[in-house]
Design a protein around this ligand. Structure first.
Ligand code: SF4
Ligand code: SF4
Length: 189
């Protein structure tokens, strides 16, 4: 594992700084141009559904199956189709221009209860710590998504790279901390 991921190796939680040093985050210019994917996948294990999920060919896992995914930000339009396809729950989409003061963070959600559109939840960081209150602006939960809902939260812009999960009511959970960790049954499909 590269030097820049030393903290992740120790804690199992990616820091914002570590992520920004990686290759799968839009730079400041791209972030302001429109919705874009953020891929928080840093462990080299055989996996590549993200590449097959993108209809625009924006994600590649090459030259081998254990290579880390690479994003071509000129191709990604932030459609969110790849979010539910990652067995590691490591794919997010950020729309920095959601509103004047808010960014929208789209994330995978396998837990129950599902949040309700228009409701409020507690947004959490990668370590499961509360960050802020967030508005639920979209919930996609179809059969095709195979039990992984895709939820979009509106959060203050400054938290675009911090919010990665949320808590509904008294139930808490995290949406992914940058590891290829999803259940084996899903990976084998
Ligand atoms: S958000 Fe859409 S366009 Fe971007 S990588 Fe994912 S599937 Fe491709
Ligand atoms: S864990 Fe997710 S992001 Fe990483 S290679 Fe697999 S599908 Fe792609």
């Amino acid at each position: 594992m590269p030097e820049r991921l030393k903290r992740f190796q120790r804690t199992g939680v990616l820091s914002e700084r570590e992520l920004l040093k990686g290759r799968q985050v839009p730079d400041a210019k791209r972030l302001k141009q429109g919705p874009a994917v953020v891929i928080e996948c840093v462990e080299e294990i055989p996996c590549n559904p993200c590449a097959g999920a993108c209809p625009r060919g924006a994600v590649t896992v090459a030259p081998s199956l254990v290579s880390l995914p690479k994003v071509d930000y000129a191709k990604c339009n932030g459609c969110t189709l790849c979010v539910a396809r990652c067995p590691g729950l490591a794919i997010f989409v950020v729309d920095y221009n959601h509103s004047e003061s808010e960014a929208a963070v789209t994330l995978p959600w396998e837990m129950l209860p599902r949040p309700e559109k228009g409701g409020r939840v507690t947004a959490l960081d990668r370590a499961g710590r509360p960050v802020c209150r967030a508005r639920v602006v979209r919930v996609l939960d179809t059969k095709a998504l195979d039990r992984c809902a895709v939820v979009t939260l509106a959060v203050p812009k400054r938290f675009w790279n911090r919010v990665r999960s949320f808590r509904v009511g008294k139930a808490a959970g995290t949406a992914g901390a940058g590891r290829k960790t999803r259940t084996a049954d899903r990976r084998s499909r």
